[in-house]
Design a protein around this ligand. Structure first.
Ligand SMILES: Nc1ncnc2c1ncn2[C@@H]1O[C@H](COP(=O)(O)OP(=O)(O)O)[C@@H](O)[C@H]1O
Ligand SMILES: [Mg+2]
Length: 391
């Protein structure tokens, strides 16, 4: 309570009518000021008492979330909110006396998708719970910005990629040019035409054309917009599938597979096809890094709001000065490498809102660590499970 009000209340019995009038006026105008502040916010704020009746709802609340027609007085908060998903979420959370931060909901608004983020917190005064506050934020714009940023990022990497292609095609083009000149010279020259030499030149030209073709095909593969289709998937099952697929190749290379999967992982949003392709690229690199055999370790683990997938080999490792370049398009240390494998891995993981990191020691081995976010819905389930465990 404001100090001046507390003081005034103490003196209340001694105040005359005009002074009480003034006090009430002050209180009312202060209240109004608070209301103006709350009403000018972009986020919807709904305050409820301990019995969950709405005490206050700001203007933005009505704008952000569909509410029942009429006034908010005398209504339980979940009756006031009309959207069935949000309404039942609010009810469940309040009845169970939970606090929830940033739970996301997708609303269809006349064909436009809107994403709302809802938080419910207790309203605490003097160490006691007096009700609850529901904050609803429209994060559609923010999400749109994030998507645009991701696209801009991939456009930037496209520039690097294009520069890479330009660099890559220089050598074969140069070589083709030289061999054509040699053929021309042979044809224009006097005397016998050395068929064998010309055939040789043509063979080189053919090889270089194959190389050019491969560069272009790889380039197209890398720049083609990824048609990512995220669906709820069990990560362990997807990884297990892929490992089964490469098992014969591992055996042939004398590589032991050690897997340690955390059981009962929450389901993740995965594009199974692309994710498997990314894993395959990492595993193929690992196989190439262990020419004399070795051990491939694959481990999944729950870590807070993320799931972590680690893929380790005990192969040749990566030199420190090279480590920063391995995700770059066309970077390869192999004679016949494309340098596209990890570029694609990076792209796929980013499309999954995940991250990828690598640590390596020369002669010891390399570990790729992929982190993937757990979808909001699953996080909610997790916190429920956690509570069950405590009982
Ligand atoms: N597990 C690994 N061990 C050692 N080096 C690796 C490993 N994975 C990737 N690299 C390095 O990163 C480079 C780029 O990999 P990638 O993009 O898949 O292209 P490529 O396999 O065609 O060379 C490889 O040439 C290699 O030098
Ligand atoms: Mg590769």
């Amino acid at each position: 309570m404001r100090k001046f009000i507390a003081r005034a209340l103490k003196k209340l019995p001694k105040l005359d009518k005009a002074q009480i009038h003034a006090l009430i006026y002050d209180l009312a105008s202060e209240n109004e000021q608070l209301e103006v502040v709350l009403n000018s916010m972009n986020d919807g704020v709904i305050v409820a008492d301990v019995e969950h009746y709405v005490l206050f709802a700001n203007k933005a609340a009505e704008r952000v979330v569909p509410v029942a027609p009429g006034d908010w007085y005398d209504r339980v908060i979940w009756d006031y909110i009309q959207d069935p998903d949000i309404s039942s979420f609010v009810r469940e959370t309040l009845v169970n006396q939970e606090s929830v931060m940033d739970r996301e909901f997708t609303l269809d608004n006349n064909g436009f998708t809107r994403i709302l983020s809802c938080s419910i917190m207790p309203l605490v005064r003097n160490g006691q719970i007096h009700g609850s506050i529901l904050r609803i934020e429209d994060i559609s714009e923010k999400r749109g910005r994030e998507a645009r940023l991701r696209r801009a990022e991939s456009l930037a990497s496209l520039t690097t990629l294009a520069a890479g292609v330009a660099h890559e095609i220089k050598n074969p083009l140069g070589s083709i040019g030289i061999h054509i000149q040699l053929i021309q010279r042979a044809l224009n020259g006097q005397g016998e035409i050395d068929r064998e030499a010309i055939e040789n030149n043509l063979n080189v030209i053919n090889e270089e054309i194959d190389r050019l073709n491969k560069i272009v095909v790889d380039f197209l593969f890398a720049v083609r917009p990824m048609d990512i289709n995220l669906e709820e998937r069990d990560l362990n099952a997807v990884v297990g599938d892929l490992l089964e697929f490469v098992q014969p190749e591992l055996e042939q290379a004398g590589i032991q597979l050690e897997r340690s999967f955390e059981p009962d992982l929450p389901t993740l949003n995965l594009d199974e096809k692309h994710f498997k392709q990314a894993l395959l690229n990492i595993v193929k690199n690992a196989i190439a890094a262990m020419p004399d055999g070795g051990t491939l370790r694959v481990a999944s683990q729950l870590s807070g709001e993320m799931v972590v997938l680690r893929i380790s080999d005990n192969g040749v490792g990566i030199a420190d000065d090279v480590l920063g370049k391995i995700f770059e398009p066309y970077f390869t240390t192999k004679d016949f490498g494309s340098g596209i494998g990890l570029t694609l891995v990076y792209k796929v993981i980013k499309e999954h809102m995940g991250d990828i990191a690598v640590i390596s020691e020369e002669g010891k081995g390399t570990t790729f660590t992929i982190t993937l976010p757990i979808p909001q819905k699953e996080q909610h389930l997790l916190s429920w499970k956690g509570e069950d465990d405590e009982v």
